[in-house]
Design a protein around this ligand. Structure first.
Ligand SMILES: Cc1cc2nc3c(=O)[nH]c(=O)nc-3n(C[C@H](O)[C@H](O)[C@H](O)COP(=O)(O)O)c2cc1C
Length: 175
């Protein structure tokens, strides 16, 4: 259906929420890259929020989501898990069908964190609309793991591409 035209009409902006947790900077850089790219899409309002500062209201506000989490001890990092724990039941049944994408930051694996996130999203009946991916920081030793991370440019470009694709899809209403 054609949108009404003329003075005073403002089409509602689509809203993208990017939620992340990060201890040594990897997932934060990934989330920031996705947010920067998404913000190039003028018809979408993009909010980037740390998991510990976010809650059910944020999830209800958004039309689509990107989740960026580190894998710790073969699971999504605890702060991210706490976000899901706090939000799961308050929004259950209220965000069904909304699109989401996820990216994981891991030292060497990341598969379990990716699976866990997908399961939680399935519980919410979110719709996966982009291929999830893991960015590996190759941190193996205690020193490497505790060091601040620098995500390489080619990996950041994948995050930007994800942000761009989510924002474009939301703007066009194709999800
Ligand atoms: C306590 C702890 C446990 C970790 N366990 C895993 C793990 O099970 N699998 C893995 O691939 N990486 C693991 N890592 C490595 C982190 O995923 C990696 O350092 C990543 O860069 C963390 O993301 P961040 O930089 O956003 O904090 C672990 C790191 C910490 C601190």
């Amino acid at each position: 259906m054609a949108k009404p035209q003329g003075a005073g009409y403002h089409s509602p902006m689509a809203r993208l929420l990017i939620i992340y947790h990060s201890k040594t900077g990897g997932a934060r850089q990934m989330a920031e890259a996705a947010a920067l790219a998404a913000r190039a899409e003028q018809d979408v309002e993009t909010i980037l929020k740390r998991a510990d500062a976010a809650g059910p209201v944020d999830l209800l506000w958004a039309d689509g989501y990107i989740f960026a989490a580190p894998e710790n001890l073969a699971a999504i990092a605890g702060v991210m898990k706490d976000f899901y724990d706090r939000c799961y039941y308050p929004v259950l049944g209220r965000i069904e069908g909304r699109p989401y994408a996820q990216m994981i930051c891991a030292g060497s694996d990341g598969a379990n964190a990716l699976r866990q996130t997908a399961r939680i999203a399935t519980g919410w009946r979110l719709k996966p609309v982009q291929e999830p991916f893991i960015i590996c920081t190759h941190a193996q030793t205690p020193d490497e793991i505790l060091a601040e991370k620098t995500i390489p440019e080619n990996d950041l470009e994948r995050c930007r591409e994800l942000g761009r694709a989510m924002a474009a899809g939301l703007a066009m209403g194709v999800f």
